[in-house]
Design a protein around this ligand. Structure first.
Ligand SMILES: [Zn+2]
Length: 235
């Protein structure tokens, strides 16, 4: 049987340090359940935990595919920040162990990746929103309700900005999926009025016919929000 985790040798694009990082084999990922905000519950290791690579030397962090492909010559702000971190002899956070990661460590790795994504030259709104969603799921799966809520609030803002400015919405979701997801985050935050507004916008999207599964989910959750709103009023 293949083990789900393996160590990959990588080179930091900013400080050239060579190190190993743990990744998860996509062939062994087993989804047990799908959540209504597109997150998965996994059987065994959780794929989100291993989605970010962090350099132990300069702490540069990014989603794995971005870490492997980012060009340092396009990113003056990141160059500057990683240089400062290297020079300052500060103690690095304890998040560089190989193998199985704790929810706390992977959350910190994601927070670093978020900080560096915000420094990118071209705004990476999709990557940013995706990182916040990972945080939402990581906190939810580890039972940290308070931090899950904070991450959901950040994710809502990131997806709203992504929808307003982002030309390339993820093909898998399209405009209806992104609007539905914003609605779904609002519903989970207990903001039912906003949730229904966004579900309505998803259903009114020109692309809705291309996404029948999302249309169905939107109608289901619209009803759930309506019901929850009624219950809140009569309570
Ligand atoms: Zn580095």
């Amino acid at each position: 049987m293949t083990t789900p985790l393996w160590n990959k040798k990588v080179k930091c694009p900013f400080c050239q340090f060579e190190f190993e990082t743990t990744r998860m084999r996509s062939s062994v990922i087993k989804i047990k359940e799908k959540m209504t905000d597109f997150g998965n519950i996994y059987d065994g290791e959780c794929a989100y935990f291993y989605a970010v690579t962090v350099c132990p030397q300069c702490t540069f962090a990014a989603l794995n595919k971005d870490f492997d492909s980012i060009r340092a010559d396009y990113e003056p702000k990141v160059v500057e920040a990683t240089k400062k971190i290297r020079q300052a002899n500060v103690k690095r956070p304890d998040i560089f162990t190989l193998g199985h990661l704790t929810p706390e460590a992977t959350a910190k790795r994601h927070e670093l990746a978020i900080a560096f994504t915000k420094m990118r030259t071209y705004s990476e709104l999709g990557a940013l929103a995706g990182l916040y969603m990972h945080l939402v799921w990581i906190y939810r799966l580890s039972g940290n309700r308070e931090k899950e809520r904070t991450a959901m609030t950040d994710a809502v803002k990131a997806y709203q900005e992504f929808h307003e400015k982002g030309a390339d919405l993820p093909e898998k979701l399209g405009e209806p999926g992104v609007l539905y997801l914003i609605g779904e985050l609002y519903r989970r935050l207990g903001q039912f009025k906003e949730a229904r507004t966004y579900y309505g916008r998803a259903l009114a999207s020109k692309e809705i016919n291309l996404y029948p599964a999302i249309a169905e989910m939107t109608r289901d959750m619209m009803l759930a929000a309506k019901k929850a709103m009624g219950e809140a009023e009569t309570a």
